[in-house]
Design a protein around this ligand. Structure first.
Ligand code: URA
Length: 232
């Protein structure tokens, strides 16, 4: 919301008066004077006029969770436990998942209340790498590598996936890096080359790596430098 709007909404002053207060340098955002009435202010920023709080900044929350198998990447479900059951209720407000994992999949899951940030993390256009360790029913061949690098045609969406890289780790195991996050993307890519995923574990999103100290079901806050790997 624009700064002038916040002042007139919360402070009960006219838009004109709000603009005058801002122009006079009496408004601050996070303790810095802001004289731009059109400045977009997020709900995580604190706005003051003459030192009086007009909007208290909400705390932004960025969590990494080691998702165990069997939990749904959803905030509520009637049938299955959701990943929110692994986070204390006092943190649930506005928390959402940035890049789901299937119920059987494990590994890095990011939860946040910052929608702008999570959009940038998951937006296919931004092309942040997502790294998965995959186990398959049949041996993974060099031909699979070539197909993934060329991109796989997804009939339903009528698109070709971005080039993905595949590092074969052993007969039926590989590390796959994709740059988007389409519905069941990895499973569908292996299916397209006649194979089947039997286990899927996400290791990394952008520069955010699953912390090896986190046991399945555990979570921790992201460090500031981890949140900064998501481009503005
Ligand atoms: N691709 C899949 O098929 N499943 C996941 O959980 C994540 C990526």
């Amino acid at each position: 919301m624009k700064l002038s709007r916040i002042l007139s909404n919360q402070n009960g002053v006219s838009r004109q008066r709000a603009n005058a207060l801002i122009a006079a340098g009496r408004a601050t955002i996070d303790d810095r004077v802001c004289s731009d009435a059109a400045r977009d202010v997020s709900r995580f920023e604190t706005v003051r006029v003459d030192g009086r709080v007009i909007q208290p900044g909400q705390s932004a929350l960025y969590l990494m969770l080691h998702k165990p198998a069997g939990y749904l990447s959803a905030t509520r479900d009637d049938l299955h436990p959701t990943v929110l059951a692994l986070v204390p209720p006092e943190l649930h407000t506005d928390l959402h998942i940035a890049g789901r994992l299937d119920r059987a999949s494990t590994g890095l899951l990011i939860l946040t209340n910052d929608g702008n940030w999570s959009r940038r993390l998951t937006e296919p256009r931004v092309k942040l790498p997502k790294v998965y360790r995959v186990t398959t029913a049949h041996p993974i061949t060099a031909d699979t590598s070539r197909c993934f690098a060329e991109g796989i045609w997804f009939d339903y969406e009528q698109l070709r996936t971005s080039p993905a890289s595949l590092e074969i780790l052993g007969g039926n195991e590989a590390r796959v890096t994709i740059y988007e996050g389409r519905y069941h993307q990895i499973k569908r890519m292996f299916h397209a080359v006649g194979n089947r995923v039997t286990a899927l574990h996400r290791e990394q999103m952008g520069d955010i790596r699953l912390d090896p100290a986190l046991a399945p079901g555990d979570y921790r806050s992201l460090r500031r430098e981890e949140t900064l790997c998501v481009p503005e």
